[in-house]
Design a protein around this ligand. Structure first.
Ligand code: HXC
Length: 514
């Protein structure tokens, strides 16, 4: 056959396979407000940059009449492309082909592209849209998941792994996203659960919709499984592109440097924090008053909102911000906020991203709910994560730093390299009201006017302890600084810490309070 004809045949074969599960299935996909798998990849990567592999892979299942079924590409697309002109690896499950279910060859395609990503040190992006393990393929499907989970773990801390949930992600399938660094969800489209509504109805007799069980909002606000929430697939892809502009491509590279622009003039750092320490304010305004161009990419914006985490640049260099949020529960540490901060600190440490901590909290949240939810175990994670992190760590105590909160939030004692405090800082074992009630109880109780005496004693305590100067006199705080000196000092601190080298005792690995 002449080459020309062979080329025509190739084109015909390609077109046929690229029709996925056929017109009807594609129509159904689009009617749900979803793009097809191929459209998604094309929308995500730089124009004309996507190259697909294993287009002609077919399944090998024989049971349940599978021998007669053609499943184009076995329900998944894999390939490489570029985002922001840097290489990435991607897979996208094609729900139009057998519900994107994962059989043996489907899994092999995914593991092939995962291996490429790890070997070639590029981010891996997985678009999940699947009914889970392909039931007809039995243990081969389960084996496929196992192979994926193993690779997720192997690649963890080496290359960024991003999961995008654009349809169902059911059963054990959820554990691949859960093992990756960032999970993106889209309103009305993402559905993520271990056991679906039908099983719940059978086993527990309860009726629940997929949305209420594991929709995008549930995972963004309640479970914390999702890191980014979008209203449309387009917005979701833009979020991924933005995230990739902040993070390094692998653990041996630096994040791309950006042209340095000063923070926007509207964020006036001297005017954000109220004088009365009981008044709240938005810590994100402080971050925006510090970072280049006031450009702050918040992670897990809707979950455990008493803690704010995210990426910003200081003089062109990406930093991870870990901040108490006085707007929510006065910024306390609790079970979820400890988990949120600890995981992010470990991400930054794995990828050589300096950590900037902004402190304003009254301590750990008291109460039986928190105690029984394991605040001891969860709270320990943040201590472990800060202590273990060897990247440059700079802490700024803005206002309250009480009790365990003072120690946990990147204190000198957990080896922050630089600790600065604003003059508004209050560093003490506990807040003035609580402390005065305990240590001056006798005087207060025996006074003619106990309320008056309590006020006096609170003031006395504040004057003595609730300031940064006691900590500064011991060297626990390196400098007491004016708020508008913060950016200048951060630029300097991160610059001088760039060649930081420390090593701990030899060990295989520690045993963190997971
Ligand atoms: C084989 C599957 C499938 C599966 C869907 N399909 N899920 N085929 N194995 N797991 C097929 C359907 O038979 C159908 O084929 C096509 O995909 C589209 O599915 P529909 O049901 O028509 O779509 P929809 O109504 O949109 O419902 C989607 C769904 C539902 C909610 C995902 O299909 C569903 O509940 N599937 C099962 C989900 C589940 O329980 N998975 C867990 C499996 S166990 P035709 O030919 O009719 O078009 C698991 C354990 C892994 O994953 C453990 C790893 C550690």
């Amino acid at each position: 056959m002449p080459l020309k004809k062979k080329i025509q045949e190739l084109k015909k074969r390609r077109e046929e396979v690229q029709m996925g599960g056929g017109e009807k299935a594609i129509e159904k996909q689009l009617s749900m407000g979803k793009l097809t798998a191929r459209e998604r990849v094309i929308a995500l990567v730089d124009e004309q940059s996507f190259h697909e592999y294993d287009l002609f892979v077919e399944h090998e299942a024989r049971d349940f009449d599978m021998a007669n079924k053609v499943l184009h590409g076995d329900g998944v697309i894999i390939g490489t492309g570029t985002i922001n002109e840097e290489p990435i690896a991607v897979f996208a499950q094609d729900f139009t082909v057998a519900g994107g279910s994962l059989g043996m060859m489907h899994a092999r395609k995914i593991t092939k592209i995962m291996d490429h990503a790890l070997k070639m040190r590029m981010p891996l992006i997985g678009i999940n849209d699947s009914g889970g393990a392909r039931i007809q393929e039995g243990v081969n499907s389960l084996a496929g998941y196992g192979e994926i989970f193993f690779r997720n773990t192997l690649a963890s801390g080496v290359i960024p792994q991003i999961s995008v949930i654009l349809g169902p992600c059911a059963g054990g399938a959820v554990y691949s996203p859960a093992l990756t660094d960032f999970v993106f969800v889209v309103e009305n489209i993402s559905k993520m659960f271990i056991t679906g509504p039908e099983v719940i109805k059978t086993v527990l007799g309860e009726e629940i919709s997929m949305e209420d069980l594991g929709g995008a909002r549930v995972h963004s606000e309640i479970t914390g499984n999702a890191h980014f929430y979008a209203k449309s697939e387009k917005e979701c892809f833009e979020q991924i592109q933005k995230l990739l502009s902040f993070i390094p491509w692998s653990n041996d590279k630096k994040a791309p440097k950006k042209e340095v622009k000063p923070p926007k003039a509207k964020f006036k750092i001297n005017n954000i924090v109220p004088g009365d320490s009981r008044q709240p304010y938005d810590i994100r305004d402080v971050v925006k008053a510090i970072v280049d161009d006031s450009d702050f990419l918040e992670v897990q914006e809707l979950w455990a909102t008493n803690m704010v985490i995210g990426f910003g640049r200081i003089n062109g260099e990406t930093c991870g911000f870990v901040c108490n949020q006085p707007l929510v529960l006065a910024g306390v540490l609790d079970v979820d906020s400890s988990d949120k901060a600890a995981r992010f600190i470990r991400y930054c440490d794995a990828f050589n991203i300096p950590i900037v901590t902004l402190v304003d909290l009254p301590g750990y949240l008291p109460g039986i709910d928190q105690e029984h939810a394991g605040v001891i175990r969860h709270g320990a994670k943040i201590l472990y994560a800060y202590s273990e992190a060897t990247v440059p760590k700079v802490t700024i105590i803005i206002r309250k730093a009480y009790g365990g909160g003072y120690i946990a939030m990147g204190s000198r004692h957990l080896r922050s390299d630089f600790v600065f405090a604003w003059p508004s800082a209050e560093i003490a074992v506990m807040g003035p009201e609580g402390a005065a009630n305990i240590i001056f109880r006798k005087e207060i109780m025996s006074a003619e006017n106990p309320d008056e005496m309590r006020k006096l004693k609170v003031e006395e305590y504040k004057e003595k302890f609730a300031n940064p100067y006691v900590a500064a006199s011991k060297g626990y705080v390196d400098s007491v600084i004016e708020p508008d000196e913060t950016r200048k000092l951060l630029i300097h601190a991160i610059d001088v810490a760039k060649n930081k080298q420390i090593s701990g005792p030899k060990k295989k690995h520690g045993v963190p309070p997971f």
